[in-house]
Write a protein that binds this ligand. Structure first.
Ligand SMILES: Cc1cc2nc3c(=O)[nH]c(=O)nc-3n(C[C@H](O)[C@H](O)[C@H](O)COP(=O)(O)OP(=O)(O)OC[C@H]3O[C@@H](n4cnc5c(N)ncnc54)[C@H](O)[C@@H]3O)c2cc1C
Length: 303
């Protein structure tokens, strides 16, 4: 069997355009997988060649190393980003965008995935991160997720995904290829009205049109935080508008870091370190990143 990579594999591919904060370097190798057979072929080749595999969704909670990423970076496309109706269920590729899934469900009078309208990530990224918003729970709509890795393909029920606050038990190289959402028949007008209300609520609470990866730090589970969110602690520690290079804590929402022009990932990491230091100094609370990293991104406070 040839050790040549599949023809879809490209070398030295820029990743900043695939991350919503628009920072970071190139992938050594990059491919779009349009269907499960193609995904299996790519993973099989990577295993034989001893190449590490990572996957990007919409890059909406992702910080890519400025030095780039070694190994193969995959993005799901075409069939693996499709949305199909099956009775009151939706079968979606791991690369389908959650706001599109929410809108598709609304058009078809299906309720249960409305919260997805405000999460600018993919279905696969949402499973990996256990994304939720406004009380909506991914696990309550998810019937199964098909996980493909170099050791095969298997459906997992929500109970087998180890969901925790902004996390799951998925390891790098375990890729959510598709999912099935079990929804409830409802009136399309009502579901669409809920989406509109959720969008309005979000517009009021968060800055719009900025280059960001959403929440930088997780909300702390520390009594010294006294129930305050990471955003409130950062704001009270004076972080709103604070900047390093081209990275700035958004004036409207201190847990959002924005790229104001030419930020690097190094700028973002330095700003995170400064925000974290100010919160420790003010409240003794040690914030931990929610944002995921790709490549050798080192947080200076982690050993
Ligand atoms: C403006 C804004 C608002 C946001 N609001 C919310 C919110 O309300 N609630 C919330 O929970 N999050 C929110 N987020 C964060 C983000 O949208 C979610 O974490 C989302 O689930 C990430 O999905 P993604 O496809 O962008 O994943 P990426 O950022 O591309 O990747 C995140 C992680 O998931 C992994 N991953 C991606 N795709 C797959 C796959 N197919 N299989 C396995 N692993 C995969 C990546 O390898 C990485 O480890 C917000 C972000 C932004 C920019």
């Amino acid at each position: 069997m040839s050790d040549q990579p599949p023809r879809s594999v490209r070398k030295d591919f820029p990743l900043s355009g695939l991350a919503t904060v628009r920072t970071g370097g190139h992938a050594e190798l990059f491919a779009r997988a349009g269907g499960e057979p193609e995904l299996v072929e790519l993973l099989g080749w990577a295993k034989r060649a001893g190449v590490e595999v990572n996957v990007v969704g919409s890059g909406s909670n992702l910080l890519v190393a400025d030095e780039g990423v070694s190994g193969l970076v995959l993005k799901l496309d075409r069939e693996l980003a499709a949305i199909e109706l099956d009775g009151t269920s939706l079968v979606c590729g791991g690369g389908a965008r959650l706001p599109s899934v929410a809108a598709y469900a609304a058009r078809n009078g299906l309720s249960g995935i409305e919260f997805g309208v405000n999460i600018p990530g993919t279905v696969g990224g949402a499973v990996r991160m256990n994304a939720n918003a406004y009380g909506g729970e991914l696990a309550s709509a998810l019937e199964w997720a098909r996980i493909v890795s170099s050791s095969g393909s298997r459906r997992r029920a929500p109970e087998e995904l180890g969901f925790a606050y902004r996390g799951s038990n998925l390891r790098p190289g375990e890729i959510v290829a598709s999912v099935r959402f079990s929804l409830v028949a409802s009136d399309p007008v009502t579901v669409k009205a809920t989406l509109a209300q959720m969008r309005t609520r979000r517009h009021e609470a968060q800055p719009q049109g900025i280059k960001t990866f959403g929440s930088t730090f997780k909300n702390p589970d520390d009594p010294r935080a006294a129930g305050r969110t990471a955003g409130l602690l950062l704001a009270q520690a004076g972080c709103n508008g604070l900047s390093v290079g081209g990275a700035r804590f958004a004036p409207k929402h201190a847990n959002f870091i924005e790229n104001t022009g030419a930020a690097t990932t190094a700028d973002v990491v330095a700003l995170m370190a400064e925000g974290r230091r100010l919160v420790i100094e003010s409240f003794g609370v040690e914030l931990e990143p929610e944002v995921q990293t790709l490549g050798a991104v080192r947080f200076p406070w982690a050993s």
